[in-house]
Write a protein of this length. Structure first.
Length: 137
């Protein structure tokens, strides 16, 4: 009889340990896993965002006759750059909206007028913000 009572007590103890371990074990890993997944999922977006190239800086232009030569600072993870040129007073790039893999661009054939220019960088993660817009003649 004592043997049966000991076996029954052992079985009850095993079941209660199994249940509390299963409940506690399941709840604990599920909580952090969900948080980790959210964190990883949330971390995925910022990683994607941080993988975008930085905004090109120091856009400048030199002018000679009908040529305008634009230069800007290199962005380390950029695959290419888009230079946009428009007429002063217009928000759209009505003259140039083209890409280059260089940090310089020469625009030939500019007519006497007031213009603006800006540049942005691109890579497989997306595009940077536009650089500061410069004005020139």
């Amino acid at each position: 009889m004592t043997r049966i009572l000991c076996a029954a007590a052992a079985l009850v103890a095993a079941l209660s340990v199994g249940c509390s371990s299963g409940e506690g074990g399941a709840a604990t890993p599920t909580g952090p896993t969900a948080t980790s997944t959210t964190s990883t999922g949330g971390g995925g977006s910022p990683t994607t965002q941080s993988c975008k190239p930085a905004t090109p800086g120091n856009l400048r232009v030199s002018t000679t006759d009908s040529r305008r030569v634009f230069t800007w600072d290199t962005v380390s993870n950029a695959q290419d750059y888009f230079i946009q040129i428009g007429n002063a007073g217009s928000d759209s790039p009505d003259h140039i909206n083209t890409n280059t893999s260089q940090t310089t661009y020469t625009w030939a054939g500019a007519q006497p007028a007031n213009y603006w220019a800006r540049v942005y960088a691109r890579n497989s993660c997306g595009s940077s913000a536009n650089s500061e817009q410069i004005s020139f003649h």
